[in-house]
Design a protein around this ligand. Structure first.
Ligand SMILES: Cc1cc2nc3c(=O)[nH]c(=O)nc-3n(C[C@H](O)[C@H](O)[C@H](O)COP(=O)(O)OP(=O)(O)OC[C@H]3O[C@@H](n4cnc5c(N)ncnc54)[C@H](O)[C@@H]3O)c2cc1C
Length: 324
Protein backbone atom coordinates (compact mmCIF):
# COMPACT_ATOMS: atom_id res chain seq x y z
CA UNK A 1 0.00 0.00 0.00
CA UNK A 2 1.25 3.45 -0.83
CA UNK A 3 -0.41 6.84 -0.52
CA UNK A 4 -0.02 9.64 -3.02
CA UNK A 5 0.72 13.19 -1.86
CA UNK A 6 -0.12 16.06 -4.21
CA UNK A 7 1.20 19.61 -3.96
CA UNK A 8 -1.54 22.03 -5.00
CA UNK A 9 -0.15 25.15 -6.65
CA UNK A 10 -2.58 28.05 -6.50
CA UNK A 11 -2.62 31.77 -7.18
CA UNK A 12 -4.48 33.74 -4.51
CA UNK A 13 -6.73 30.78 -3.71
CA UNK A 14 -7.34 29.78 -7.32
CA UNK A 15 -5.69 26.41 -8.00
CA UNK A 16 -3.74 26.28 -11.22
CA UNK A 17 -5.29 23.89 -13.69
CA UNK A 18 -2.30 21.56 -13.39
CA UNK A 19 -3.25 21.01 -9.74
CA UNK A 20 -6.60 19.54 -10.77
CA UNK A 21 -4.88 17.46 -13.47
CA UNK A 22 -2.45 16.01 -10.94
CA UNK A 23 -5.20 15.37 -8.39
CA UNK A 24 -7.13 13.41 -11.03
CA UNK A 25 -4.10 11.29 -11.92
CA UNK A 26 -3.22 10.83 -8.26
CA UNK A 27 -6.50 9.03 -7.61
CA UNK A 28 -5.84 6.57 -10.44
CA UNK A 29 -2.36 5.88 -9.08
CA UNK A 30 -3.49 5.61 -5.45
CA UNK A 31 -6.18 3.13 -6.45
CA UNK A 32 -3.59 1.00 -8.26
CA UNK A 33 -1.24 1.23 -5.26
CA UNK A 34 -3.97 0.50 -2.71
CA UNK A 35 -3.54 3.87 -1.01
CA UNK A 36 -5.32 7.21 -0.75
CA UNK A 37 -4.74 10.73 -2.07
CA UNK A 38 -3.55 13.55 0.20
CA UNK A 39 -3.46 17.07 -1.23
CA UNK A 40 -1.49 19.87 0.42
CA UNK A 41 -2.81 23.38 -0.07
CA UNK A 42 -0.54 25.94 1.50
CA UNK A 43 -0.30 29.68 2.04
CA UNK A 44 -2.61 32.67 1.91
CA UNK A 45 -6.12 31.80 0.71
CA UNK A 46 -5.33 28.08 0.88
CA UNK A 47 -8.79 27.43 2.37
CA UNK A 48 -10.46 28.89 -0.72
CA UNK A 49 -8.33 26.69 -2.97
CA UNK A 50 -9.13 23.66 -0.78
CA UNK A 51 -12.87 24.22 -1.26
CA UNK A 52 -12.41 24.03 -5.04
CA UNK A 53 -10.35 20.90 -4.72
CA UNK A 54 -13.27 19.11 -3.09
CA UNK A 55 -14.78 18.61 -6.54
CA UNK A 56 -11.83 16.36 -7.45
CA UNK A 57 -11.08 12.81 -6.28
CA UNK A 58 -8.96 13.68 -3.26
CA UNK A 59 -9.37 11.84 0.04
CA UNK A 60 -7.73 14.24 2.48
CA UNK A 61 -7.05 17.92 1.84
CA UNK A 62 -4.41 19.27 4.23
CA UNK A 63 -4.51 23.03 4.63
CA UNK A 64 -2.28 25.63 6.23
CA UNK A 65 -2.46 29.40 5.95
CA UNK A 66 0.71 29.81 8.04
CA UNK A 67 1.95 33.35 7.21
CA UNK A 68 5.51 31.97 6.90
CA UNK A 69 4.42 30.19 3.73
CA UNK A 70 5.02 32.26 0.65
CA UNK A 71 4.87 31.18 -2.96
CA UNK A 72 8.26 32.80 -3.57
CA UNK A 73 9.99 31.23 -0.57
CA UNK A 74 9.98 27.53 -1.17
CA UNK A 75 11.50 26.31 2.12
CA UNK A 76 8.39 26.60 4.31
CA UNK A 77 6.35 24.66 1.73
CA UNK A 78 9.07 22.01 1.56
CA UNK A 79 8.91 21.68 5.36
CA UNK A 80 5.17 21.04 5.23
CA UNK A 81 5.48 18.62 2.32
CA UNK A 82 8.30 16.73 3.99
CA UNK A 83 6.29 16.36 7.19
CA UNK A 84 3.19 15.21 5.28
CA UNK A 85 5.11 12.74 3.12
CA UNK A 86 6.79 11.25 6.19
CA UNK A 87 3.50 11.09 8.09
CA UNK A 88 1.75 9.05 5.42
CA UNK A 89 4.88 7.60 3.82
CA UNK A 90 6.50 5.97 2.13
CA UNK A 91 4.64 8.05 -0.40
CA UNK A 92 4.65 8.98 -4.04
CA UNK A 93 4.69 12.78 -4.22
CA UNK A 94 3.36 14.58 -7.28
CA UNK A 95 4.32 18.22 -7.91
CA UNK A 96 3.71 20.27 -11.05
CA UNK A 97 6.66 20.78 -13.38
CA UNK A 98 6.35 24.56 -13.04
CA UNK A 99 8.89 27.09 -11.79
CA UNK A 100 7.71 26.59 -8.22
CA UNK A 101 7.15 22.84 -8.54
CA UNK A 102 10.61 22.19 -9.93
CA UNK A 103 12.30 24.08 -7.10
CA UNK A 104 10.11 22.47 -4.49
CA UNK A 105 10.38 18.93 -5.89
CA UNK A 106 14.19 18.98 -5.99
CA UNK A 107 14.49 20.26 -2.43
CA UNK A 108 11.99 17.70 -1.21
CA UNK A 109 13.89 14.92 -2.98
CA UNK A 110 17.05 15.93 -1.13
CA UNK A 111 15.20 16.02 2.22
CA UNK A 112 13.61 12.59 1.70
CA UNK A 113 16.73 11.13 0.12
CA UNK A 114 14.44 10.19 -2.74
CA UNK A 115 14.62 10.12 -6.49
CA UNK A 116 12.88 12.74 -8.57
CA UNK A 117 11.64 12.26 -12.11
CA UNK A 118 11.31 15.59 -13.92
CA UNK A 119 9.17 16.73 -16.84
CA UNK A 120 6.97 13.67 -16.47
CA UNK A 121 4.19 13.31 -19.05
CA UNK A 122 2.76 10.03 -17.80
CA UNK A 123 2.90 7.87 -14.67
CA UNK A 124 1.92 4.22 -14.48
CA UNK A 125 1.86 1.49 -11.91
CA UNK A 126 3.51 -1.61 -13.28
CA UNK A 127 3.61 -4.67 -11.04
CA UNK A 128 3.31 -2.46 -7.96
CA UNK A 129 6.15 -0.19 -9.12
CA UNK A 130 5.61 3.43 -10.09
CA UNK A 131 7.03 4.19 -13.53
CA UNK A 132 7.41 7.78 -14.76
CA UNK A 133 7.56 8.49 -18.47
CA UNK A 134 9.26 11.61 -19.73
CA UNK A 135 10.46 12.83 -23.11
CA UNK A 136 14.19 13.34 -23.56
CA UNK A 137 16.50 14.59 -26.33
CA UNK A 138 13.94 17.04 -27.64
CA UNK A 139 11.14 14.49 -27.53
CA UNK A 140 12.88 11.96 -29.77
CA UNK A 141 13.15 9.47 -26.89
CA UNK A 142 10.64 8.64 -24.16
CA UNK A 143 12.26 7.31 -21.01
CA UNK A 144 10.58 5.28 -18.30
CA UNK A 145 12.11 5.36 -14.83
CA UNK A 146 11.19 3.72 -11.56
CA UNK A 147 12.25 4.89 -8.11
CA UNK A 148 14.89 2.88 -6.30
CA UNK A 149 13.88 3.98 -2.81
CA UNK A 150 10.66 4.04 -0.84
CA UNK A 151 9.81 7.64 -1.62
CA UNK A 152 9.57 9.11 -5.09
CA UNK A 153 8.81 12.54 -6.50
CA UNK A 154 7.32 13.01 -9.94
CA UNK A 155 7.27 16.54 -11.36
CA UNK A 156 4.40 16.49 -13.83
CA UNK A 157 4.34 18.61 -17.00
CA UNK A 158 1.17 20.76 -17.12
CA UNK A 159 -1.51 19.56 -19.55
CA UNK A 160 -0.30 15.98 -19.50
CA UNK A 161 -3.61 14.74 -18.05
CA UNK A 162 -7.22 15.82 -18.21
CA UNK A 163 -8.64 17.27 -15.01
CA UNK A 164 -11.79 15.26 -14.32
CA UNK A 165 -13.99 16.10 -11.32
CA UNK A 166 -14.83 13.03 -9.27
CA UNK A 167 -15.76 11.76 -5.87
CA UNK A 168 -13.26 11.69 -3.03
CA UNK A 169 -13.86 11.99 0.69
CA UNK A 170 -12.58 15.57 0.44
CA UNK A 171 -11.95 15.74 4.19
CA UNK A 172 -10.26 19.00 5.11
CA UNK A 173 -7.60 18.83 7.82
CA UNK A 174 -5.67 21.78 9.26
CA UNK A 175 -1.93 21.12 9.23
CA UNK A 176 0.25 21.78 12.23
CA UNK A 177 3.36 23.83 11.71
CA UNK A 178 6.43 21.57 11.47
CA UNK A 179 8.34 21.89 14.74
CA UNK A 180 11.42 24.04 15.18
CA UNK A 181 11.25 25.96 11.92
CA UNK A 182 12.42 29.55 11.66
CA UNK A 183 13.22 31.33 8.44
CA UNK A 184 15.87 33.92 7.82
CA UNK A 185 14.27 35.51 4.80
CA UNK A 186 10.86 37.02 4.22
CA UNK A 187 9.17 38.68 1.26
CA UNK A 188 8.87 42.39 2.08
CA UNK A 189 6.82 43.52 -0.85
CA UNK A 190 5.22 42.12 -3.96
CA UNK A 191 4.52 44.12 -7.09
CA UNK A 192 1.70 42.63 -9.12
CA UNK A 193 1.80 43.59 -12.76
CA UNK A 194 -1.41 44.80 -14.34
CA UNK A 195 -3.67 41.83 -14.94
CA UNK A 196 -2.87 40.48 -18.35
CA UNK A 197 -4.09 37.58 -20.37
CA UNK A 198 -3.75 34.06 -18.98
CA UNK A 199 -0.66 32.13 -20.01
CA UNK A 200 -1.21 29.79 -22.95
CA UNK A 201 -0.99 26.78 -20.64
CA UNK A 202 -3.96 28.00 -18.57
CA UNK A 203 -6.21 29.50 -21.26
CA UNK A 204 -9.19 27.54 -22.54
CA UNK A 205 -8.84 29.18 -25.98
CA UNK A 206 -5.49 29.77 -27.67
CA UNK A 207 -5.04 31.61 -30.97
CA UNK A 208 -1.52 30.97 -32.28
CA UNK A 209 0.36 32.60 -35.11
CA UNK A 210 3.20 31.23 -37.21
CA UNK A 211 5.58 32.34 -39.90
CA UNK A 212 2.60 33.12 -42.10
CA UNK A 213 1.92 36.17 -39.89
CA UNK A 214 4.84 37.84 -41.66
CA UNK A 215 6.03 40.00 -38.74
CA UNK A 216 5.39 41.16 -35.16
CA UNK A 217 2.60 43.66 -35.86
CA UNK A 218 -0.16 41.21 -36.82
CA UNK A 219 0.39 39.42 -33.49
CA UNK A 220 -0.46 42.63 -31.63
CA UNK A 221 -3.36 43.54 -33.88
CA UNK A 222 -5.39 40.93 -35.75
CA UNK A 223 -4.31 37.91 -33.69
CA UNK A 224 -4.70 39.64 -30.33
CA UNK A 225 -8.09 41.00 -31.40
CA UNK A 226 -9.32 37.51 -32.19
CA UNK A 227 -7.88 36.08 -28.96
CA UNK A 228 -9.43 38.89 -26.88
CA UNK A 229 -12.79 38.45 -28.57
CA UNK A 230 -12.76 34.77 -27.63
CA UNK A 231 -11.42 35.46 -24.12
CA UNK A 232 -8.29 33.53 -25.02
CA UNK A 233 -4.52 33.93 -25.20
CA UNK A 234 -2.04 34.39 -28.02
CA UNK A 235 0.34 31.54 -28.80
CA UNK A 236 3.01 31.10 -31.45
CA UNK A 237 5.05 28.62 -33.41
CA UNK A 238 8.78 28.48 -32.92
CA UNK A 239 9.35 30.09 -36.31
CA UNK A 240 7.54 33.20 -35.07
CA UNK A 241 9.39 33.18 -31.74
CA UNK A 242 12.78 32.65 -33.36
CA UNK A 243 12.06 35.57 -35.68
CA UNK A 244 11.60 37.72 -32.56
CA UNK A 245 7.96 38.53 -33.34
CA UNK A 246 6.70 37.38 -29.94
CA UNK A 247 8.24 36.14 -26.66
CA UNK A 248 9.23 32.55 -25.96
CA UNK A 249 6.62 32.32 -23.20
CA UNK A 250 4.01 32.11 -25.97
CA UNK A 251 5.68 29.26 -27.87
CA UNK A 252 3.67 26.08 -28.24
CA UNK A 253 5.43 22.82 -28.98
CA UNK A 254 8.23 20.51 -28.10
CA UNK A 255 10.59 23.25 -26.95
CA UNK A 256 7.75 25.50 -25.79
CA UNK A 257 4.57 24.87 -23.82
CA UNK A 258 2.38 21.79 -23.94
CA UNK A 259 -1.21 22.98 -23.88
CA UNK A 260 -4.64 21.43 -23.86
CA UNK A 261 -7.23 24.16 -24.50
CA UNK A 262 -10.83 23.61 -25.51
CA UNK A 263 -10.20 25.50 -28.74
CA UNK A 264 -6.90 25.95 -30.59
CA UNK A 265 -6.77 28.19 -33.65
CA UNK A 266 -3.54 27.89 -35.66
CA UNK A 267 -3.05 30.85 -37.98
CA UNK A 268 -0.35 30.64 -40.65
CA UNK A 269 1.18 27.56 -39.01
CA UNK A 270 2.10 24.51 -41.07
CA UNK A 271 1.76 21.93 -38.26
CA UNK A 272 5.27 20.50 -37.96
CA UNK A 273 5.54 17.52 -35.58
CA UNK A 274 7.39 19.65 -33.02
CA UNK A 275 4.44 22.05 -32.97
CA UNK A 276 1.85 19.29 -32.99
CA UNK A 277 3.22 17.61 -29.84
CA UNK A 278 2.46 20.78 -27.90
CA UNK A 279 -1.20 21.15 -28.88
CA UNK A 280 -2.51 17.85 -30.17
CA UNK A 281 -4.65 17.27 -27.06
CA UNK A 282 -6.69 20.44 -27.69
CA UNK A 283 -10.38 19.49 -27.83
CA UNK A 284 -11.00 21.32 -31.12
CA UNK A 285 -8.31 22.40 -33.57
CA UNK A 286 -9.01 24.97 -36.28
CA UNK A 287 -6.32 25.92 -38.80
CA UNK A 288 -6.31 28.93 -41.10
CA UNK A 289 -3.83 28.52 -43.93
CA UNK A 290 -3.53 29.57 -47.55
CA UNK A 291 -2.33 26.08 -48.48
CA UNK A 292 -5.03 23.41 -48.61
CA UNK A 293 -2.46 20.57 -48.48
CA UNK A 294 -0.65 21.76 -45.34
CA UNK A 295 0.19 19.02 -42.73
CA UNK A 296 -1.94 20.63 -40.02
CA UNK A 297 -4.97 19.85 -42.20
CA UNK A 298 -4.39 16.18 -41.43
CA UNK A 299 -5.10 16.54 -37.71
CA UNK A 300 -7.16 19.75 -37.51
CA UNK A 301 -10.91 19.41 -37.02
CA UNK A 302 -11.38 22.25 -39.50
CA UNK A 303 -8.97 23.70 -42.08
CA UNK A 304 -10.02 27.07 -43.44
CA UNK A 305 -8.13 27.71 -46.69
CA UNK A 306 -7.40 31.31 -47.58
CA UNK A 307 -5.40 34.41 -46.76
CA UNK A 308 -5.22 34.89 -43.00
CA UNK A 309 -5.14 38.67 -43.35
CA UNK A 310 -8.59 38.53 -44.92
CA UNK A 311 -10.05 35.72 -42.79
CA UNK A 312 -8.94 36.60 -39.24
CA UNK A 313 -10.39 40.17 -39.08
CA UNK A 314 -13.65 38.94 -40.65
CA UNK A 315 -13.86 36.09 -38.16
CA UNK A 316 -13.31 38.50 -35.25
CA UNK A 317 -15.99 40.80 -36.62
CA UNK A 318 -18.45 37.92 -37.03
CA UNK A 319 -17.85 36.65 -33.47
CA UNK A 320 -18.32 40.16 -32.05
CA UNK A 321 -21.53 40.60 -34.04
CA UNK A 322 -22.83 37.26 -32.77
CA UNK A 323 -22.27 38.41 -29.18
CA UNK A 324 -24.09 41.74 -29.44
C1 LIG B 1 14.43 20.26 -31.93
C2 LIG B 1 13.34 21.11 -32.50
C3 LIG B 1 12.40 21.64 -31.65
C4 LIG B 1 11.34 22.42 -32.17
N1 LIG B 1 10.40 22.92 -31.32
C5 LIG B 1 9.34 23.58 -31.82
C6 LIG B 1 8.31 24.06 -30.98
O1 LIG B 1 8.34 23.93 -29.75
N2 LIG B 1 7.25 24.70 -31.55
C7 LIG B 1 7.15 24.90 -32.91
O2 LIG B 1 6.16 25.51 -33.36
N3 LIG B 1 8.15 24.48 -33.71
C8 LIG B 1 9.24 23.85 -33.21
N4 LIG B 1 10.24 23.46 -34.05
C9 LIG B 1 10.25 23.98 -35.43
C10 LIG B 1 9.33 23.21 -36.37
O3 LIG B 1 10.03 22.12 -36.92
C11 LIG B 1 8.84 24.12 -37.51
O4 LIG B 1 9.97 24.65 -38.18
C12 LIG B 1 7.98 25.28 -37.05
O5 LIG B 1 6.92 24.79 -36.24
C13 LIG B 1 7.39 25.97 -38.28
O6 LIG B 1 6.67 27.08 -37.87
P1 LIG B 1 5.48 27.62 -38.77
O7 LIG B 1 4.45 26.58 -38.95
O8 LIG B 1 5.06 28.91 -38.15
O9 LIG B 1 6.22 27.98 -40.12
P2 LIG B 1 6.12 27.30 -41.55
O10 LIG B 1 6.34 25.85 -41.48
O11 LIG B 1 7.00 28.11 -42.44
O12 LIG B 1 4.59 27.53 -41.96
C14 LIG B 1 4.06 28.78 -42.23
C15 LIG B 1 2.66 28.53 -42.76
O13 LIG B 1 2.00 29.78 -43.00
C16 LIG B 1 1.19 29.64 -44.14
N5 LIG B 1 0.95 31.01 -44.65
C17 LIG B 1 1.87 31.90 -45.14
N6 LIG B 1 1.27 33.05 -45.46
C18 LIG B 1 -0.05 32.90 -45.19
C19 LIG B 1 -1.20 33.74 -45.33
N7 LIG B 1 -1.09 35.00 -45.78
N8 LIG B 1 -2.39 33.26 -44.99
C20 LIG B 1 -2.54 31.97 -44.51
N9 LIG B 1 -1.49 31.14 -44.36
C21 LIG B 1 -0.26 31.60 -44.69
C22 LIG B 1 1.99 28.77 -45.08
O14 LIG B 1 1.16 28.14 -46.04
C23 LIG B 1 2.63 27.78 -44.10
O15 LIG B 1 1.83 26.62 -43.96
C24 LIG B 1 11.29 22.70 -33.56
C25 LIG B 1 12.26 22.16 -34.41
C26 LIG B 1 13.27 21.38 -33.89
C27 LIG B 1 14.30 20.82 -34.81
Amino acid sequence: MRDVVVFVEHVAGQPRRVSFEIATKAKELATALGGTVHALVLGKNASAAAEQLKAYPVDTIHVSEDPDIDAFLVDPSVDYLEAAAKAVGPALVLVPFTMIGRDLGSRLAARLDAGQAADVTDVKVDGGKVVCLSPKLGGTVITGCAFKGDYGIAAIRPNSFKAVPGAGAGTIVQLEKPAGKTYRIAVEDEVVEAAGELGVEEASTVVSGGRGMGGPEPFKTILKDLADTLGGSVGASRAAVDAGWIGHGHQVGQTGKTISPNLYIAVGISGAIQHKVGMRTASTIVAINKDGTVPIGEFADLLVVGDLFAIVPELTKAIRAAHT
